[in-house]
Design a protein around this ligand. Sequence first.
Ligand SMILES: O=P(O)(O)OC[C@H]1O[C@](O)(CO)[C@@H](O)[C@@H]1O
Length: 536
Amino acid sequence: MSHWDDLRAHAKAHENRRILDLFDADPNRAQDFAIEADGLLFDYSKTSIDATARDMLLALAESANVAGRREAMFSGQKINETEGRAVLHTALRNLDGSVFVDGRDVMPGVRDTLARMEAFSNDIRSGRFRGQGGAITDVVNIGIGGSDLGPAMASIALAPYADRPRVHFVSNVDGAHVHDVLAPLNPETTLVIVASKTFTTIETMTNARTARDWMARRVADPGAQFAAVSTALDRTAEFGIAPERVFGFEDWVGGRYSMWGPVGLALMIAIGPDRFREFLAGGAAMDAHFRSAPFGQNMPVMLALVGIWHNQVLGHATRAVLPYEQRLSRLPAYLQQLEMESNGKRVAMDGSDLAVHSGPVVWGEPGTNGQHAFYQLIHQGTRVIPCEFLVGREGHEPDLAHHHRLLVANCLAQAEALMRGRSLEEARRIMAAKGLTGDELERQARHRVFPGNRPSTVLFYPRLTPFVLGQIIALYEHRVFVEGVILGINSFDQWGVELGKELAVALEPILAGRESAESKDGSTRRLVAWARGEAI
Ligand SMILES: O=P(O)(O)OC[C@H]1O[C@](O)(CO)[C@@H](O)[C@@H]1O
């Protein structure tokens, strides 16, 4: 039997067992099914994983050679096989030593670019770098996907550490986005960062040109207030951005893994280089843990194995990420790209069809807001949705500690309610206490039953500092990596985004009326006609 068969057989044999009963069977479960590392606590005791399932999952990870692939990644081997690239975002935060790619040590370049970013950020923050109307008041990062989601998410997450200038993000090609962001800004004191790994992404280049036109209407030399972040230095030059304001990186940094380097420039400007280094240090601390902790005590490995248990073994197709931290409001969106672009694949590394499902649908919203929106379905819907809660022991508002207590209480209460549920007998008692009897009591009670036995995990952190955010993001990166290795897929390419891009390029001239829609299918032809306001 394969490891997958073992796991499925074990899950089947215990499908009617309640998670709550596992705590009776093992009084140490809360400690045994949790990992503490560098101030973080990951509690997965409220899942149906028992000691046997955990052993089987660990055996699965061993047999997939997670350890070997992990070292191949850290040492710069070309594990992104379909693109022939190394995967070295970890080199952007482990700044000492050497890492070789094609016989060349990449670390001097990493350190040099970081130093240039720091000098530039300091110049902007101190007012030494001036726009054509004075010190820079606003920075606009134009990018999309990996060139947007990381710094945009982190700028909100680390708002308590940010001072002037203000940072803004434009990603969508919808003109409303660039319009609404730029409208209140003064072009004379705005710096635009064009962030694009390839410097060809149509949304980003369209927004960048619009921003340049906007600036040109008010300043003599718009290019002087543009900076660029890219691997394509020929294209940044062609766009007219002076080399001293171009921050390059190499193709061994994947877009969705890139916020640790130049793509983090807007974040660095917002929080300052020292705080940015703390963020890097948090990522490096998680790297050290990932490389050294035994798998059973290894947070990214166990987070991945919990994910595999829920998705590939039990068949739960989605997972909810529920940060009880308003400032992590963009974390679910960030993780959607990180996890779904990485592990949403249909073939294994060798091109064969996957034998199991690929990564799950990831979605979520901050608590407590979600409780008043979609938690109804999580508690009483017919599908099981594993939930991943994140919460800090402290907030940044000491005078509002009572808010924070309520926040934590809600988070822990949801995890408890999901596991415990409410039986029909309990519901009947509640209805009887309200004075109901007979058929009406019975009918009403059934609506108040919570099946319970719904799995969740809690990631507890001390406080959302730059260091802690670095730990959390690196934790999820390595989780995605481990899941990808176990599934046998390449987590570092994204061919699935290509087809839509090609078709959009082909449709633009059709919408503009320069080309005919004849070659298109009936639905697309009709929609094009509708878009063009033609009679259909
Ligand atoms: O940084 P770029 O090259 O503009 O790409 C933006 C994003 O587009 C994608 O290629 C997907 O279309 C992502 O992988 C990437 O993060």
